[in-house]
Design a protein around this ligand. Structure first.
Ligand SMILES: Nc1ncnc2c1ncn2[C@@H]1O[C@H](COP(=O)(O)OP(=O)(O)O)[C@@H](O)[C@H]1O
Ligand SMILES: [Mg+2]
Length: 352
């Protein structure tokens, strides 16, 4: 098992800086997800690690070794990219064998390794098929077997499941996670699908405009986002603007209607800020007396196990609440929205 380290890596194309100075360490055996909107630099960072694109500055260290100037083939990295370039008229077996053929192993070694790789992705018995005769999920697994067959120390996956429909994607996700754990291969996965990122990763790296916003466990990033971008990119967030006063341990935010609430924050927040609450942290009650904000029910959506409510608050703000079970509220009904103080999270407003 090996670590991957980006030390001050940047990338410029002409005047356009697409990767801002980036420091990131991926621990041995970790599965880290790069998550961000289209154009945020995810593929560029992956290509720099693979050696397919050279950085404008900074260093790439794999294990103890500086590989910044090492050609891609010597880096011992398995890769699966979105438009997986399998050879369509070659058999599954020959596709998986390909990386070994250029590595000059004996025929029996090659046979054993291909067999094992096909078993790993549960495609044993399909070796003689042409890859164009396979389903999308099977093709994806061939690509994975081909990336793993030479026992790489690192696996780089660039939206590998993007072409699959939801159900199949979820199946392959689970298989991928198991396989990655079994092999202990240090993995970086690129996705713009936040659910995929939350399901699969030990840590998320959220990118915006070529800059890491937050690198954290999925739970931390969801619960304690560092800014509005992360709060909204991972899940749904109620973000109510206001003014913060007070010290870090006990800060208060005054919302636009003059009501004051306590909240916690990662760093000292002062001045313009947001009070963030996740939809599942909101409690909605018909009684007007008590803590919280008053409003009326705008819309209710039953989602089987849950009910999602959209609430127009009297302060002009809106709230989204998700509650378990079926709730008997009607559209237009007056309600009160409340929350436990420990769920209130304060974020600085942009540009402060
Ligand atoms: N070869 C290139 N030449 C010029 N600009 C590029 C090149 N490759 C990528 N870019 C630009 O770099 C930015 C980041 O791209 P990319 O890493 O592919 O983003 P992502 O994978 O997050 O969608 C984009 O603005 C893209 O247009
Ligand atoms: Mg990309």
């Amino acid at each position: 098992m090996t670590s991957i380290e980006l030390q001050g890596v940047t990338k410029k194309y002409g005047d356009l800086q697409v990767v801002q100075p980036t420091h990131l360490r991926v621990e041995p055996g970790e599965l880290v997800t790069l998550l961000g909107p289209s154009g945020s630099g995810k593929s560029t960072i992956l290509s720099i690690i693979a050696g397919l694109v050279s950085p404008s500055s900074g260093r790439i260290v794999i294990g103890e070794q500086d590989v910044t100037y090492m050609p891609p083939a010597q880096r011992n990295i398995g890769m699966v990219f979105q438009n997986y370039a399998l050879f369509p008229h070659m058999t599954v077996y020959d596709n998986v064998r390909f990386p070994l053929a250029i590595r000059k192993l004996s025929r029996s070694e090659i046979e054993a390794k291909v067999k094992r790789a096909l078993e790993m992705v549960r495609l044993e018995g399909l070796g003689d098929r042409k890859t164009h005769q396979l389903s999308g999920g099977q093709q994806q697994r061939v690509a994975l077997a081909r990336a793993l067959v030479f026992e790489p120390r690192i696996l780089l996956l660039d939206e590998p499941l993007g072409a699959l429909d939801k159900k199949l994607r979820e199946e392959v996700q689970i298989e991928l996670r198991q396989l990655q754990r079994e092999l202990g291969v240090t993995t970086i996965l690129v996705t713009h699908d936040q659910e995929e990122a939350l399901t699969l990763s030990t840590r998320l790296v959220v990118l915006d405009a070529g800059e890491i916003q937050q690198a954290d466990t999925p739970q931390q990033a969801y619960r304690y986002p560092v800014n509005r971008f992360v709060a909204e990119f991972i899940g749904t967030a109620n973000l109510w603007p206001g003014e913060v006063h007070g010290a870090r341990e006990e800060s208060f935010i005054t919302l636009v209607n003059g009501q004051k609430f306590s909240g916690r924050s990662a760093e000292q927040v002062n001045g313009s800020a947001y009070l963030m609450l996740r939809p599942e942290d909101l409690e909605v009650q018909p009684e007007p007396e008590g803590d919280g904000l008053l409003g009326t029910v705008k819309d209710m959506v039953y989602l089987g196990q849950n009910t999602r409510m959209h609430i127009q608050l009297d302060s002009g703000l809106t709230a989204v609440a998700v509650m378990s079970g079926v709730r008997s509220f009607t559209t237009g009904q007056a309600v009160r929205v409340s929350w436990l103080p420990e769920h209130a999270w304060l974020l600085p407003a942009e540009g402060t």
